[in-house]
Design a binder for this molecule. Sequence first.
Ligand SMILES: NC(=O)C1=CN([C@@H]2O[C@H](COP(=O)(O)OP(=O)(O)OC[C@H]3O[C@@H](n4cnc5c(N)ncnc54)[C@H](O)[C@@H]3O)[C@@H](O)[C@H]2O)C=CC1
Ligand SMILES: O=C(O)CCC(=O)C(=O)O
Length: 347
Amino acid sequence: MENSTYAAPLFPDRAITIAVTGAAGQIAYSLLPLLASGSVFGSRQRVALQLLDLPVTESVLQGVTLELEDGAYPLLELPVKYTSVSEEAFANADIVVLLGSFPRKPGMERKDLLAKNGAIFREQGLVLNRVAKQETRVLVVGNPANTNALTLSQFCTAIPKVNITALARLDHNRLRSLVARRLSCAVSDVHDVAIWGNHSSTQYPDVSFAYTSGVPVGKMRAALGGESQLQSEIIPTIQKRGAEVLALRKLSSAMSAARAIGDHLRDWMLGTASENELVSMVVASDGSYGIEKGLMFSFPVHCYRGGRYKIESSLSIDSFSRKYLEITQNELISERDEAMRVVSKMC
Ligand SMILES: NC(=O)C1=CN([C@@H]2O[C@H](COP(=O)(O)OP(=O)(O)OC[C@H]3O[C@@H](n4cnc5c(N)ncnc54)[C@H](O)[C@@H]3O)[C@@H](O)[C@H]2O)C=CC1
Ligand SMILES: O=C(O)CCC(=O)C(=O)O
């Protein structure tokens, strides 16, 4: 991971406590070693893990815990806690990573999961509302991630909305890597790609502000073949990348998702490698770019040490981009309305 290895620990005198739900699942199996090894929060930050999954997975979760212990990670507090009781997993957590949910199967759109996962995120919002600290940072990964984060935030008013985010970093990393492959340059040379909107096939992967050492800002669309090439090939490739992996593996992306979660958490908590770097995060809209206030929308943001971020609100959006922003905003509004209809019936 970029930047974190030598970072000063966020909590020099104690471990950072991270609750992970869905901890017996496939993303967790790639994520937990990243957290335990120090590659997210730095090589001097102690880490305490509180793992949650359903009672039916108890033996798997116990096996994962044994493996973490057998990893003999110097930074990891022992014993690793695991439970099927949300209150126990979330108590005193500095960070809560919500993977636990019903996953998409081949042929399904992520929004087909709204009803099933809306119930889970309502329930977890209510529990967090009772036991979480105000400063707890929450990252929603379970799909449909934007709308699950919105549902959770409706039921968890104890945590300020700025502390609740969802994952768009996998899409951001996919785009960054695609640009590097097309331009035959290093991924680390590609800066300021952006993902806008929903973590779904309507997301808008945007290269308008991207640059490399050889391609200055404003010239990236042309360097990638122009708007028609973006429209017919590059944008759809990123929009459908999750489905492509799912069709090939018969399982959704997990290794790359874990890596993206590490990147999201590291940048959010420690700040980006360079102060001006743009990264993509799903956050509550502040009305920038005309996006409805409160909608959980992926924006390009700047991150600052200590778990702070700011939406970059001064980019200029042309008609090519505007059309994509509207499509993804409309999808999020309809997901939100459907999710609120579903969860209101549960009250
Ligand atoms: N936002 C993003 O970029 C991405 C999101 N995802 C989503 O992340 C989620 C997790 O993916 P995988 O690990 O591959 O799924 P998985 O099916 O391997 O694991 C999910 C785990 O969650 C557990 N679970 C289900 N309901 C739970 C609850 N109420 N409380 C606690 N645990 C619960 C299950 O028992 C299972 O162990 C899925 O919703 C997937 O669609 C996956 C990749 C990228
Ligand atoms: O596509 C899915 O439903 C799960 C995995 C995912 O969200 C992704 O790979 O982007």
